[in-house]
Design a protein around this ligand. Structure first.
Ligand SMILES: Cc1cc2nc3c(=O)[nH]c(=O)nc-3n(C[C@H](O)[C@H](O)[C@H](O)COP(=O)(O)O)c2cc1C
Length: 317
């Protein structure tokens, strides 16, 4: 798959996930074969004003061969300035969030609120393109439950100069309820010439094959399916993954994060991840409780290292 002349090593990409797509998980997903990795959504205003929490989200490793930074905001000039800022120089692609359903974001006219103002959304794309990088847009198929505007919106994004779009097959009102509408994503694919990345409810390699076939999309994005399971990209792409067990993977996740963040940060962040790494496993609930009780990073590493629960290999499909 190509995005504006950038060739990706595979057509399956790791999603922006606030609170989860940290540099550690992105590194693991890229090593497992993800062709593109995204930072979580980063505030354009935060970038402009040098917010220290914003910088925390922008670390990358050489494992991620092609990286996208996802920004959000509603003011075209601020978005453009953020896109041109030095902190984003290392990223290959700038993605704009037009899908976030969270009330606080929507009430500021950001995220999925932009689905209701396509003219403003188009101006934002035009302004962000001034940074000279491929600009992509991630959005949902509509705002209200019964009003699907995604096809028209996709055409408008294409005309505004978007190099590719990612379509999550749910409306804003749905949040994460119901099933992602792959039929509607197929309609979007038919309506535009730029690459479409299909997104929603891909949890196995079989799902990946089915969504590709169903929608005809150029690429597939995985979010929740990669939480606690970066190996999913290996099952899809056939890329050999260097870690056999979840335990080895968790320890590597900690090692990468520790190269960038304080022990307290790594410890708190990894507790959330460990809840996913042990989800559904026999003894997983107890391990999760033990992990959350850890008082330091060393404590957490000892808990993980001593646990047989995480000796389990990853799923096979
Ligand atoms: C906890 C959480 C945080 C998310 N954060 C972002 C984000 O920062 N930017 C974004 O575009 N989408 C975000 N998403 C949406 C996902 O990228 C994706 O579109 C959605 O989960 C559907 O894909 P999936 O079925 O593979 O999970 C988030 C989703 C979850 C569950």
């Amino acid at each position: 798959m190509r995005i504006d002349g950038i060739e990706l090593k595979s057509d399956v990409v790791f999603a922006p996930i606030a609170g989860y797509s940290d540099v550690g998980l992105r590194s693991l997903c890229a090593r497992a074969g993800a062709g593109l990795t995204y930072t979580e959504m980063v505030s354009a205003k935060g970038l402009m004003y040098g917010n220290e929490h914003t910088e925390d989200l922008l670390h990358t490793t050489a494992d991620e061969e092609i990286t996208a930074v996802q920004i959000f905001g509603s003011e075209p000039e601020i978005m453009a300035k953020a896109a041109e800022s030095g902190e984003l120089e290392k990223f290959d692609i700038i993605d704009i969030n037009m899908g976030c359903p969270v009330r606080k974001i929507v009430s500021n006219g950001e995220g999925s609120a932009l689905l209701k103002d396509p003219a403003l959304a188009a101006r934002i794309v035009g302004e962000v393109r001034r940074a000279g990088k491929p600009v992509t847009v991630k959005f949902r198929i509509g705002f209200e439950k019964n009003s699907r505007t995604g096809v028209d919106f996709a055409r408008i994004m294409q005309d505004a100069g978007a190099a590719a779009i990612t379509v999550h097959g749910r409306t804003r009102e749905q949040f994460y309820e119901g099933k992602a509408d792959w039929d509607y994503i197929a309609e979007v694919v038919r309506a535009v010439q730029i690459p479409v990345i299909a997104n929603g409810d891909v949890f196995t390699a079989t799902d990946y094959r089915e969504i590709k076939e169903h929608t005809g999309a150029a690429g597939v994005m995985i979010a929740r399916g990669a939480l606690g399971d970066p190996h999913i990209f290996s099952r899809i792409t056939g890329t050999p993954f260097p870690f056999w067990t979840r335990k080895e993977t968790v320890l590597e996740h900690i090692r990468v994060l520790s190269g960038f963040h304080s022990e307290v940060y790594v410890c708190n962040n990894m507790k959330k991840h460990i809840a996913y790494y042990c989800k559904g496993l026999r003894g997983g609930k107890q391990l999760k409780l033990d992990a959350f009780a850890a008082k330091s990073l060393k404590d957490l590493i000892d808990t993980v290292s001593g646990s047989e629960v995480l000796d389990a290999p990853f799923a096979e499909n």
